[in-house]
Design a protein around this ligand. Structure first.
Ligand SMILES: NC(=O)C1=CN([C@@H]2O[C@H](COP(=O)(O)OP(=O)(O)OC[C@H]3O[C@@H](n4cnc5c(N)ncnc54)[C@H](OP(=O)(O)O)[C@@H]3O)[C@@H](O)[C@H]2O)[C@@H](O)CC1
Ligand SMILES: Nc1ncnc2c1ncn2[C@@H]1O[C@H](COP(=O)(O)OP(=O)(O)O)[C@@H](O)[C@H]1O
Ligand SMILES: [Mg+2]
Length: 279
């Protein structure tokens, strides 16, 4: 297993080209946030916006609209009950993040099936939270190469059928072979399974053990894969590293690191990386 270093950040997070506009930095569509879990999609959206996605649209339950726009006027919203609107956004997105706070009811399953059916090869797909549970529950096949799955250990148990105490590097890599794309098994020192090899995140802190932390990671992966398109795997590795690097810095002075504080810190942290001497 290759241990990641801070080098991955400077490799991927580079200064923005002068000759650019919002379209240059990608369109992200986030799908999630049912009546109960609005916070999850708001946190994922904040992370996508703050990590630099050019244009961000959220397909969510309409009960989340006011809260979302109050916190994030940068985002656009659609009602996820309207298939025509969702399909339109699915066709124009560069990146689709599905699952934070999605829930596992009929509308959630429908949205996941629609996404899996319409996703195009050049688009990046991030599957998180409830969408992972639905994949496992309904045995939905994923035939899309540029996919990132972000399960915590229980979600990975559901997907891989490996009990948590049997999730080793070897068993995880074997189970990952059934999933095209990249699997990020989230825990203390998360492991990232790719077709090119396995990587370990050597940073991260229990100050991150709070609801919404994974939703924020999904948004960061969305934000980075929207902008940095040179190498999909490297960009995903950088996103996983960035999330915990910011958290570690905040944890030097905070007992608990709130997911939204990570997002608030992202623009300054990414600026520092992109202007580092070797960048
Ligand atoms: N503010 C909001 O709106 C929020 C909304 N959210 C949304 O809720 C939805 C459901 O997601 P979920 O992760 O909360 O529930 P689920 O999939 O049942 O997993 C929990 C079970 O797994 C177990 N477990 C074992 N190992 C684990 C590990 N390493 N990391 C984590 N858990 C681990 C764990 O064990 P236990 O805690 O009992 O020890 C428990 O039995 C999803 O859409 C998500 O986006 C959340 O993001 C929170 C903030
Ligand atoms: N003790 C810990 N050390 C390091 N990272 C942690 C720790 N506990 C949680 N995390 C990180 O927090 C995130 C939790 O993800 P997840 O359980 O999906 O959260 P949520 O669904 O509530 O947003 C993962 O990135 C995980 O690696
Ligand atoms: Mg989660």
């Amino acid at each position: 297993m290759e241990v990641l270093t801070t080098q991955i950040l400077t490799d991927v997070i580079v200064p923005r080209p002068l000759d650019s506009h919002k379209g240059t930095f990608g369109r992200v569509l986030l799908i999630g946030g049912n009546h109960q879990f609005g916070g999850a999609i708001i946190m994922a959206t904040q992370a996508a916006v703050a990590s630099g996605a050019g244009l961000v649209t959220v397909a969510t339950d309409p009960s989340n609209r006011t809260a979302l726009l109050t916190r994030l006027p940068e985002a656009m919203t659609i009602d996820y009950h309207h298939d025509d609107l969702v399909m339109q956004q699915l066709s124009s997105a560069d990146v689709v993040v599905i699952g934070p706070g999605l829930g596992t009811d009929a509308i959630a399953l429908h949205l996941l099936q629609l996404t899996l059916r319409l996703i195009q090869p050049q688009q990046r797909l991030i599957i998180d939270g409830s969408a992972l549970t639905l994949l496992a529950e309904h045995q939905l096949p994923v035939n899309h190469q540029q996919t990132v799955y972000t399960p915590h250990q229980m979600e990975w148990q559901r997907l891989s059928q490996l009990p948590i105490n049997q999730q080793t590097e070897v068993t995880n890599a074997q189970a990952k072979a059934k999933f095209p794309g990249i699997v990020v098994v989230k825990k203390h020192h998360s492991e990232i399974y790719t077709s090119q090899g396995t990587y370990q995140l050597p940073i991260g802190t229990p100050a991150q053990a709070t609801g919404g932390m994974g939703d924020t990671l999904a948004g960061i992966i969305g934000g980075l894969t929207a902008q940095f398109t040179r190498d999909f795997t490297q960009t995903v590795l950088a996103a996983v590293y960035l999330h915990s690097a910011v958290a570690e810095q905040l944890a030097t002075t905070n007992y608990v690191v709130l997911p939204t504080t990570i997002s608030e810190s992202l623009p300054a942290f990414m600026h520092q990386i992109s202007t580092a001497p070797n960048n």
